[in-house]
Design a protein around this ligand. Structure first.
Ligand code: HXC
Length: 258
């Protein structure tokens, strides 16, 4: 499927989605977010895809929602259309692992999009920010919630209230990103991480994703119960038998997602 604002390719079980609006630093407009929701939906149903990598350009992952498209909208329009809610829900509903590979600017909706992914690998050039306050609005795609859960209230307030940018080193120290790599190595590292995940049982990686995401939603006791029952249920799978047998037989497991 050809897209206007994305470049999508599937190789070795990894679907690489590149945001592609170079003239606007990948600003997220209706077309781009609609296409992204569609591309992720297609990857979800494509058996050849086990992991998704989402990236932008060297200069920008995405510099936020498209301000020129938003500027003239009224309250009634954004409220009635629930601006970008369907698209972002579609992205976060994906059950396959999604890695964000971020270089350059990840601002506003760009930072929020990266945080919708399962983890973020950042180039040393990455700059994260929630500068919506400079536009007279607040974050609208989950930033006040997800950034606060990731980096804590103090840093999140600082970012949202001052609109300052956080560089890659601080983002790693604060828990916003899982690792920082030299910009030249970003795609190599992200694809290697994706490949590592693709070699595991896709059934088990879905279970991991469900369990870790529960940590955001549930009280500790409920989350631990959810995890425990999920752990128990995996003993009904062939991949559990195979994984443990392979360990004991000192060989690599052959997972079949069953
Ligand atoms: C539309 C944008 C854009 C954006 C950049 N561009 N960001 N267009 N929406 N968010 C465009 C510029 O207008 C310019 O187009 C081109 O991209 C290059 O940008 P420059 O500003 O010339 O580049 P530079 O001087 O390097 O500055 C980079 C920057 C700056 C610091 C990232 O562009 C910037 O501050 N952008 C806005 C960041 C922001 O406020 N994001 C939050 C948006 S609100 P031309 O045609 O002039 O060359 C948001 C809310 C989400 O995300 C919630 C929605 C529900």
């Amino acid at each position: 499927m050809a897209f206007e604002t994305l470049i999508v390719e599937v190789t070795d079980h990894v679907c690489l989605i590149r945001l592609n609006r170079p003239d606007a630093l990948n600003a997220l407009n209706q077309t781009l977010l609609g296409e992204l929701a569609q591309a992720i939906g297609e990857a979800s149903f494509n058996d050849a895809v086990r992991v998704i990598v989402l990236t932008g350009s060297e200069k920008a992952f995405a510099a936020g929602a498209d301000i020129s498209e938003m500027a003239e909208k009224s309250f009634v329009e954004v409220f009635t259309s629930d601006l970008f809610a369907d698209e972002t829900d579609a992205i976060t509903r994906c059950r396959k692992p999604i890695i964000a590979a971020v270089a350059g600017y990840a601002l506003g909706g760009g930072c929020e999009l990266a945080m919708m992914c399962d983890f973020i690998i950042a180039a040393d050039t990455a700059k994260f920010g929630q500068p919506e306050i400079n536009l007279g609005v607040v974050a609208g795609m989950g930033g006040t919630q997800r950034l606060t859960k990731l980096v804590g209230k103090s840093k999140s307030m600082d970012m949202h209230l001052t609109g300052r940018f956080m560089l890659a080193e601080e983002a790693e120290r604060s828990g916003l990103v899982s690792r920082v790599v030299p910009a030249k190595k970003l795609m190599e590292e992200a694809m290697a991480a994706a490949q590592k995940i693709a070699e595991k049982s896709a059934l088990t990686s879905k279970a991991v994703k469900e369990a870790v995401n529960r940590a955001e939603e549930l009280p500790l006791r409920e989350g631990i119960l959810f995890e425990r029952r999920l752990f128990h249920s995996l003993f009904a799978t062939e991949d559990q038998s195979e994984g443990m047998a392979a360990f004991l037989e000192k060989r690599e497991p052959q997972f079949r997602d069953k």
